[in-house]
Design a protein around this ligand. Structure first.
Ligand code: GLY
Length: 323
């Protein structure tokens, strides 16, 4: 039973990767994603607003050690964890974010606080100062699996470009592009998007992720988008904003995905994105082989885990799907 006049819609992601190895692993990821979809969708049905629903979904995904955000974040080249997150309210078209924050549980909560601040994007020392001011308790987001992954990479002299997309041995091979994201249309027709990440893993100190930029997370009254994948590629395509502006200018959401991913494919980009428009259309796209996304369209839950995996080993190109 919904409370408002609009059927709420929800899509979330837990990253993109090169291939899913084990069926059991895929099942575990699906369970994790569905748990979040179920709980957040229930809140939306009881009238929770889009921004709050995005924050709740991001908190849950950050708290799941399987995904590369919050607990379970990857380690950078110096063995430290630095996390980035952003939140965009489509109704107010207000963006806030935190870049390379350390020692906290939920980076999305700092982005939430900054929604009402004059200075809306803070980085490392600024984040630390804000945590002190808000008395956010120190928290160690590292996990044994991520630590082992880093030690292995150090032995190999960091020859991998980045860490695994999810923190599970043998689940996703080599190059991973972990990030989490939540996109919502609430029962009043409001849109919002949130994205959070531990970064690429093994990166240089000071590297800035797309997840706390409008390139990786963007929303207005027409559409909301969250991206995952190689941050540098997402920034160079300005992907989230590109799709939202296309919809704002009159293109349908599936067409905006189609065109943006066709362009991305021609430039050998490696990423994925999820989105919803003001009419309630849900869409996703990827140039990566797999996109770990799940959704609720008002009638049922579904996911994208097997799309492009069962069929092939080659990169699945230019996918844009309307659900
Ligand atoms: N998309 C996450 C990152 O590259 O940091």
């Amino acid at each position: 039973m919904r409370t408002g006049s609009v059927q709420p819609k929800l899509i979330i992601h837990g990253g993109a990767g090169s291939s899913l190895k084990g069926k059991e692993g895929a099942e575990a990821v699906r369970r994790s994603l569905f748990t979040v979809v179920e709980q957040v969708y229930d809140l939306l049905l009881s009238g929770l607003d889009a921004k709050s629903a995005v924050i709740r979904g991001c908190q849950m995904l950050e708290d799941d050690p399987r995904f590369n955000a919050g607990t379970g974040s990857v380690l950078q080249s110096d063995g430290q964890i630095r996390m980035s997150a952003s939140l965009m309210d489509g109704t107010t078209q207000r963006f806030s974010g935190i870049i390379n924050a350390s020692r906290l549980k939920n980076p999305i909560e700092l982005a939430e606080f900054l929604q009402n601040s004059d200075d809306r994007v803070l980085s490392d020392i600024g984040a630390l100062e804000l945590m002190r001011e808000l008395q956010v308790p120190y928290y160690d987001p590292s996990t044994k699996l991520r630590l082992q992954e880093w030690i292995l990479e150090r032995e190999g002299n960091f020859d991998k470009a980045m860490a695994g997309v999810v923190a599970e041995q043998e689940l996703v091979s080599e190059a991973g592009r972990g990030t989490i994201g939540v996109v919502v249309l609430d029962s009043q027709g409001r849109l919002a998007a949130g994205t959070s990440t531990g970064g690429k893993g093994f990166e240089r100190i000071g590297r800035v992720s797309d997840s706390a930029m409008p390139a990786g997370n963007y929303a207005n009254a027409h559409a909301a988008i969250s991206c995952t994948g190689i941050g540098e590629h997402i920034i160079e395509e300005c992907l989230a904003t590109r799709i939202v502006i296309r919809v704002t200018d009159g293109m349908s959401l599936p067409s905006a995905f189609e065109k943006s991913f066709w362009e991305a494919e021609s430039r050998n980009r490696d990423f994925g994105a999820i989105g919803i428009d003001a009419t309630g259309t849900i869409a996703w796209g990827k140039t990566s082989q797999v996109l770990l996304a799940a959704y609720h369209d008002g009638e049922r839950m579904g996911d994208t885990l097997n799309m492009g995996v069962e069929m092939g080993t080659q990169a699945q190109l230019s996918h844009a799907h309307q659900l």
